[in-house]
Design a protein around this ligand. Structure first.
Ligand code: THU
Length: 130
């Protein structure tokens, strides 16, 4: 919680004022932070979760074991659909998604498969198989 509190200070969210922090933990128990980064061209905004996942991959993570998502809403917010899809690429259906409210202290724990059932996954591309 205290790490998420310090990371959220780096959120670049002047347009929405909605700050989000994320920490990805890989199979080797290394942690990688991310915050949402907005843009004057609004559609270019990237969520904290994807920044954290891309940060993890960039820094050598292979598979991700869990992800924390922290917001300042009283009820923790779930990741958007785009971020869930990116989680499905780099984590297993059983990976933990832990939602945290930095204002109320509420914590909600999910498995990725419960937030994104029927995910589109790399094996479905077939690579030549029928
Ligand atoms: N946002 C995230 O970073 N993660 C979420 O799970 C929900 C939304 C960001 C995107 C944007 O900067 C702001 O929150 C409002 O949508």
């Amino acid at each position: 919680m205290s790490r998420l509190r310090s990371i959220i200070e780096r959120s670049y969210s002047p347009y929405s004022g909605f700050r989000v922090a994320s920490i990805v933990v890989d199979e080797e128990d290394r942690a990688y932070p991310g915050v949402n980064v907005e843009n004057a061209s609004y559609g270019l905004t990237v969520c904290a979760e994807r920044i954290a996942i891309f940060n993890a991959i960039t820094n050598g993570a292979r598979r991700i074991k869990k992800i924390y998502v922290a917001s300042e809403t009283r009820e923790p917010v779930p990741p958007c659909g785009a971020c869930l899809q990116v989680m499905a690429e780099h984590g297993s259906p059983d990976m933990e998604v832990i939602l945290v409210s930095l204002t109320s202290g509420a914590i909600r724990r999910y498995r990725l498969k419960d937030l994104l059932p029927h995910a589109f996954t790399p094996d479905m591309l077939g690579r030549g198989k029928k």
